[in-house]
Design a protein around this ligand. Structure first.
Ligand SMILES: Nc1nc2c(c(=O)[nH]1)N[C@H]1C(S)=C(S)[C@@H](COP(=O)(O)OP(=O)(O)OC[C@H]3O[C@@H](n4cnc5c(=O)[nH]c(N)nc54)[C@H](O)[C@@H]3O)O[C@H]1N2
Ligand SMILES: Nc1nc2c(c(=O)[nH]1)N[C@H]1C(S)=C(S)[C@@H](COP(=O)(O)OP(=O)(O)OC[C@H]3O[C@@H](n4cnc5c(=O)[nH]c(N)nc54)[C@H](O)[C@@H]3O)O[C@H]1N2
Ligand code: SF4
Ligand SMILES: [Mo]
Length: 710
């Protein structure tokens, strides 16, 4: 039974958003991707100057400070009067009161699950942890998930079932430099993590080979030893075909398979039909290239197989990940220093953000919400009864899809995502958001999703607050505050504390990041992702700490699985998988394969990077890449505006003709809003295990527009 929430008092004192001026040079990390490049930030004028750390920066990192003093950021809360009123400036008290009242009303009418929470993998560990705590301990709702479901979930599920643990790279990034063979599957590192290309240059100069699997000849594929230009959605067949050849050519590491794994016989049987000719027919990759790939992998002393979103964002993404892990296990790579399988985590805190309780089925420390011991531990830290913790809820897309329906949430708190642009089947998601009685968005800018909100809360940016992130290799990093947020802006921690107080929370919501982190350490202690031994003090002193790190004397764990895997018997699990039929086959009406992804100068939904002039001028608009043969058949010329349509809807973008793409495939980047949105087109087919949407392939068509509309 839910206890009615207390009435709200209209005004109350609040901690100020700034605590006196403290301008100083600070060591920090880039706000964007999971590489978390280091930088020094020095306050200058109203903003700050960026100096690159040793690894360098891409142009998003160089320009990241431009949004700090930008007039395009939010500096005052906004509220909407009535359903159809306009957003108008409001005080923090009015905005937080409105938000809390909206949540209380929804729960009084329809119970705890009437309020949903949607988080993001860009949030610091402290924020992700407290957002999960807010959902479970204050709202007591089961309806929380986050955008990492769109990003990391298939790789995470694949790693869990093979190794019993999910840390994107179970080895240090430095291993890339020394790999004799590097297989990149569906990763365009040259555009999505440009500084890593320096490592690949070193790797190549030392005689290493690079194999890239991508339907496009990306800048990454362009420097490869071998580019396998497979059809989108066929990576699983490709991996099984490589394993078939590895068996045929005698490259299986039998000793390793016998001593460190389980389930080999079933996998060997599962790939028995994956003859090169069959693989070529499905993937489009010719037999000699398959043989060459196996040779390069098998002859390497140290070989790495890394998957990214191209392989994972499919309706069978988990099985695809399993197929590459199977290959890595058969070759004896996983858990051997310098070799292995890993996934290239994407968002700034894509790793930490998936460990501390934003996920529908999860408690901090990568614990499971359905595990009684985990519930008891975390409830103890939160000072509540374990029976009062909710059960697992809906996954991200299913949560968005349920908003405003009979049994879905009627109110939503959204922090760190812009689903109007980034969710699959975006027009439908937009209509679900519009059906809410109360949408509360905390953001640094008025994103397309914030524009729809009833309450908008303007929050501080990375350089204006302390916090930790966990990078793609599982290393925890400290971002130090360099400058004060503008007047009128508060931190996400203040937002959560302000809402928790208004909703009568009986458990603490620290607003000092270090205190939040210390609580997270206790909550994660003993869990898979154990942060107990990691402290602000150790990080500030320059220690390189990878989780698990169970106590303050522990050096952290840069390499996992050296002696055993995290399964009950210490052995890795082979999982037999086979290529399923396409979730959406092409037909006469939709004869092309549409895939989506990224460009260097824009980040994600573009909410931040479209507001940075230097980036917006480099990459001002969406486009569709099409092969010259296709362009000729459609009589489309370069630069012409065309209509791209799928069973979900249509988008209008300019044609970019390039022979870097397969003739049967077209590519649209997803960073833009309105009618240029790639996600007006994408399908909501979900992976049955991870609930990852199939962003990377659906059936599409391209049409010319009337002359006047081009
Ligand atoms: N510039 C920039 N960098 C970013 C980001 C950004 O938005 N902009 N976002 C960050 C985040 S959150 C993430 S998750 C990472 C993503 O990093 P990546 O995974 O490298 O990025 P994507 O462009 O989504 O996809 C990579 C490649 O997959 C290919 N691909 C498409 N379909 C398939 C397929 O079926 N199989 C295979 N093998 N390949 C396919 C595409 O052609 C594309 O080149 O980037 C991070 N870095
Ligand atoms: N078609 C297609 N769609 C995709 C993908 C694809 O490849 N193709 N990739 C998917 C992937 S991998 C991802 S990760 C998602 C990402 O897509 P989104 O979840 O939309 O990610 P962002 O654009 O980074 O959104 C972050 C929002 O939070 C705000 N923000 C930034 N920092 C903070 C903060 O500290 N606090 C708060 N409160 N707000 C903050 C930003 O201004 C922005 O509005 O997109 C997915 N969508
Ligand atoms: S590679 Fe990623 S972390 Fe590094 S500067 Fe670019 S966006 Fe920032
Ligand atoms: Mo991502």
């Amino acid at each position: 039974m839910r206890v009615p929430l207390p009435l709200l008092s209209p005004t109350r004192a609040h901690p100020a958003s700034t605590s006196g001026s403290s301008l100083r040079s600070a060591q920090t990390h880039c706000p964007y991707c999971a590489l978390q490049c280091s930088m020094t930030l020095t306050p200058a004028g109203a903003g700050a100057e960026v100096e690159a750390g040793a690894g360098g920066l891409c142009r998003k990192g160089w320009t990241s400070a431009d949004l700090l003093a930008s007039p395009r950021r939010l500096t005052t809360p906004l509220v909407r009067d009535g359903r159809h009123g306009r957003l108008r400036p409001a005080s923090w008290d009015e905005a937080l009161d409105r938000a809390a009242a909206g949540f209380s009303r929804a729960q009084e009418l329809r119970g705890a699950d009437a309020v949903g929470v949607f988080g993001g993998g860009g949030l610091t560990n402290e924020k992700a942890y407290l957002l999960g705590k807010f959902a479970r301990a204050v709202l007591r709702t089961s309806q929380i998930d986050y955008n990492g479901r769109f990003c990391m979930s298939s790789a995470a599920a694949g790693a869990m079932r093979a190794f019993g643990l999910d840390r994107g790279m179970p080895f240090p990034l430095d291993d890339v430099d020394t790999a004799n063979c590097l297989l990149l599957v569906g990763s365009n590192l040259a555009e999505t993590m440009p500084p890593v290309m320096q490592r690949i240059t070193r790797q190549r100069e030392a005689g290493g080979s690079l194999i890239v699997v991508d339907p496009r000849k990306t800048p990454t594929a362009a420097v490869a030893t071998l580019h396998l230009q497979a059809q989108p959605g066929t990576d699983l067949m490709l991996a099984n075909g490589l394993l078939f050849l590895a068996i045929e050519l005698g490259h299986v590491d039998e000793d390793y398979v016998a001593s460190r794994t389980q389930g080999w016989v079933d996998v060997r049987r599962a790939v028995a039909g994956c003859w090169p000719a069959q693989v070529e027919r499905v993937t489009g990759v010719a037999e000699p290239a398959l043989r060459e790939a196996v040779r390069l992998l098998a002859e390497a002393d140290r070989a790495l197989i890394l998957t990214a979103r191209g392989a994972e964002q499919h309706a069978h993404g988990v099985d695809t990940v399993s197929s590459f892990i199977n290959l890595a296990l058969a070759l004896g790579l996983a858990g051997r220093p310098g070799s292995g399988w890993g996934c290239l985590t994407g968002q700034g805190n894509g790793q930490g953000g998936r460990e501390h309780g934003q996920k529908a089925d999860q408690l901090p420390g990568y614990r499971r919400l359905d595990d009684p011991a985990a519930r008891a531990h975390v409830a103890g830290v939160w000072g509540m009864d374990a029976d009062d913790l909710p059960s697992p809820g809906r996954s991200a897309y299913e949560l968005l899809d349920a908003l405003g329906t009979e049994d879905g949430p009627s109110a939503l708190l959204l922090m760190g995502s812009n689903p109007v642009v980034s969710a699959p089947r975006a027009a439908h998601v937009q209509s679900r958001l519009a059906a809410l009685d109360c949408l509360v968005v905390a953001d640094v800018v008025l994103s397309e999703t914030a524009e729809m909100a009833d309450v908008v809360l303007p929050v501080a940016q990375w350089a204006e607050e302390d916090g930790t992130t966990t990078d793609l290799q599982g290393r925890v990093l400290l971002r130090r505050r360099a400058l004060d947020p503008p007047v009128g802006v508060r931190t996400d921690l203040h937002v959560l504390a302000g809402l928790a107080e208004r909703l009568g929370a009986t458990t603490a919501f620290p607003v000092v990041p270090q205190e939040a982190f210390d609580e997270l350490r206790r909550a994660s202690a003993g869990g898979a992702a154990d942060y107990a031994g990691i402290s602000y003090g150790r990080l500030a002193a320059g220690e390189e700490l990878h989780w698990p790190c169970p106590d303050e004397d522990h050096p952290g764990t840069p390499r996992l699985f050296l002696d055993q895997f995290a399964t009950a018997d210490g052995r890795a699990r082979f999982v037999p998988v086979s290529q399923p039929p396409s979730a959406e086959p092409v037909d006469e009406t939709y004869p092309l394969l549409l895939t989506t992804g990224r460009v260097t100068a824009q980040y994600q939904s573009g909410a931040q990077t479209r507001r940075i002039d230097a980036l917006a001028s480099t990459a001002p608009a969406a486009f569709v890449e099409l092969h010259p043969f296709l362009a000729q058949r459609l009589e489309v010329s370069d630069g012409e505006r065309v209509r791209v349509s799928t069973r979900r809807g249509e988008a209008f973008v300019r044609a970019r003709i390039t022979d870097a793409i397969r003739p049967d495939t077209v590519f649209v980047p997803f960073h833009w809003a309105g009618r240029q949105r790639a996600n007006l087109l994408t399908s909501d087919a979900l992976d049955p295990v991870s609930r990852m949407p199939a962003f990377k392939v659906c059936a599409a068509r391209i049409d010319r527009l009337s002359e006047a509309a081009r």
